[in-house]
Each structure stands twice: as C-alpha cells, then as structure tokens.
Design a protein around this ligand. Structure first.
Ligand code: CP
Ligand code: NVA
Length: 307
C-alpha cells in the first residue's frame, strides 16, 4: 500500500524518528561526498500553485542527489490551472510519475490528490499544514540540542500552517509546546485537538496562549513565521496592526533559556515577526534549518518512493 505525507498527524512517533534518523544519515553521507542513488530512474512531479524558494530548490536538488528526476509543474502551466479536476489529474499523473509533491491552498486538494493517485503524495505546504518544514525543524533541534523529548518549543505569531504543524510535530515526539497568538488568530481547532490527542500518548505538554512572554518562558527553541501568509496579502495592514507586541526581539528572547535556539521557516520579514538583531544574532539557526529541508525531504522521498 502506498503511503503519503499529508499531515504529521498521520505518522507515529517512531515513523517520524525513523525519517529523522535517515535524514541525518543522508546528510552525513552527502557531506562525505558519498552518492546515494536510491531513487534511480524515478520521477517526482512538483505541482506549485504558490511561490517557493526553499521547497522547490530543495526537492529538486534532493531528487537529483537521489539519482531521480524532478519535474517542476506550475499549476498555471498545467490544465489543473484551467479547471481540469484534481481526480483526473491524479489518475493521469500516476501513469507517468513515481511521486508528487504539491504546494497549494486548500488541504482538501492534497487529500483528493492522494485519494485518486496511486503514487505517494507529499504535502509541500497548504494553508493548513507544512509537514516537510517541521521535519526539517525537528532535525535541526536534534542537531543543536541532542534531543526532542522533554524540551520546550515556543511559537509566537499567527496561528497558521506553521503553528498547526509544529503542534502536531511536537506533540508526536514528546516536545512541550507553547503557542502565543493574538486573539482572533488562533490555531485551527481541529489541529489543536489532534495535537492534544497525540500529546496524551507522548507526554508532551501543550499550552495555547495569547501572551508571548508567558509562552516563551524557559523555552529551548523559539519559532516565528510571517504574519502575512501567501494568499493573505490584502490583509497586510490589518495584520501588522493586530500583531503589535508579537515581534520576537532581544527583550522577549531574554525570557527563553539562555541557550535557546531561534528558528524561522523563512521567508522572514525583519522588523515585523522578528527583529534583525534576533535573526542575525547568536541564537539564530535559520540557515542550518533551511539546509535541513534538503536532507529531511530526501529522507521522506526515500521512505515513500523507494521500491
Ligand atoms: N519555508 C518554505 O517553505 O520556504 P519556501 O516558501 O521558499 O518554499
Ligand atoms: N505561513 C507561511 C509559510 C511560508 C513557508 C505561508 O504560508 O506563506
């Protein structure tokens, strides 16, 4: 039976840790100059309905490093963008490709694609979730802190795809997580409920707050993301007003542990969700985190697409 990556909530703690272990191994081997053409002869289709720098480049390079071929498909250029239905697109593309990565708006589009395709589907970001990013984030925390379980993550900002997915990821692996959003910008209630369920098994503690200072207290890892996600451009001014007090600056960072790391999925907007001082400062690990997209996604592709 094929397996997809639509949501980290569909994965057990062990499945997530296995992907991370493979990611560390592939990273080490790549650095040593060792080739690993595990997906030789396979093709990954990459459907993008939204912009991307990291996801596009890291999937393309990752597929190349695995000996396979990545095929970039802008939704504007394929018939999907002119109204061909997702059910037909899924069945047609299944006849040519060995896997599909899709970045789009509605999570149900990704679910429909997975339902009708008989090849693995990888969620490369929806309005609801961004599982590939959180796998890279967890990998980065393991590298910097040597563990996940028992540590505390703090997310400050919009209750968006990143916040929802960090809740899933932390809850699965037993990392405590405190999320602070302004009132009216809370995380998706269903995703919070799923994380709460997962936390019952892993022992993670979840806090949903509106006070950034309370959320960041004693955090080992501090996370922020843009206040204006793709598709929300028209709300920009309103959001900037509503998110006052939610900028991660040196003062706010001083409430975290002294050796806390600062993470950001990127792209970052300095002076809004985070100051230039924090993002360029000693806590920041954002470029290692961005690099780990490559290694974590290679591990995902190997796990889902190898024979
Ligand atoms: N973090 C992330 O997904 O970046 P891109 O939008 O550049 O792919
Ligand atoms: N929340 C952001 C993440 C970008 C990687 C967005 O959806 O635009």
């Amino acid at each position: 039976m094929k397996k997809d990556l639509l949501s980290l909530n569909d994965y057990s703690e062990k499945e997530i840790l296995d992907i991370l272990e493979l990611a560390h191994k592939l990273k080490k081997e790549t650095k040593e100059g060792k080739e690993h053409h595990i997906l030789k002869g396979k093709t990954l289709g990459m459907i993008f309905s939204k912009s991307s720098t990291r996801t596009r480049v890291s999937f393309e390079v990752g597929m190349y490093q695995l000996g396979g071929y990545p095929l970039f498909l802008s939704s504007n250029d394929i018939q999907l963008g002119r109204g061909e239905c997702i059910e037909d697109t899924a069945r047609v593309l299944s006849r040519y490709l060995d896997g599909i990565m899709i970045r789009t708006y509605d999570q149900t589009e990704v679910e429909m694609l997975a339902k009708y395709a008989d090849i693995p589907i990888i969620n490369g970001l929806t309005d609801l979730l961004h599982p590939c990013q959180v796998l890279a984030d967890l990998m980065t925390i393991q590298e910097k802190k040597g563990a996940l379980k028992g540590l505390k993550m703090c997310y400050i900002g919009d209750g968006n795809n990143m916040a929802n997915t960090l809740l899933h990821g932390c809850a699965k692996v037993g990392m405590d997580i405190s999320v602070a959003t302004p009132a009216g910008y809370e995380c998706d209630a269903e995703m919070v409920a799923e994380a709460m369920e997962a936390a019952k098994i892993s022992g993670a503690k979840i806090e949903i707050l509106t006070d950034p200072k309370a959320a960041i207290a004693n955090a080992d890892a501090v996370y922020s993301d843009t206040w204006v996600s793709m598709g929300q451009e028209e709300e920009k001014q309103k959001r900037i007003n509503d998110f006052k007090g939610f900028t991660i600056d040196d003062t706010l960072m001083s409430y975290a542990k002294g050796d806390a790391i600062f993470l950001h999925c990127l792209p970052a907007y300095r002076g809004y969700e985070v100051t230039n001082e924090v993002i360029e400062g000693p806590h920041s690990v954002i470029f290692d985190e961005a690099e780990n997209r490559l290694h974590a996604q290679k591990a995902v592709m190997v796990t889902l697409m190898k024979d």
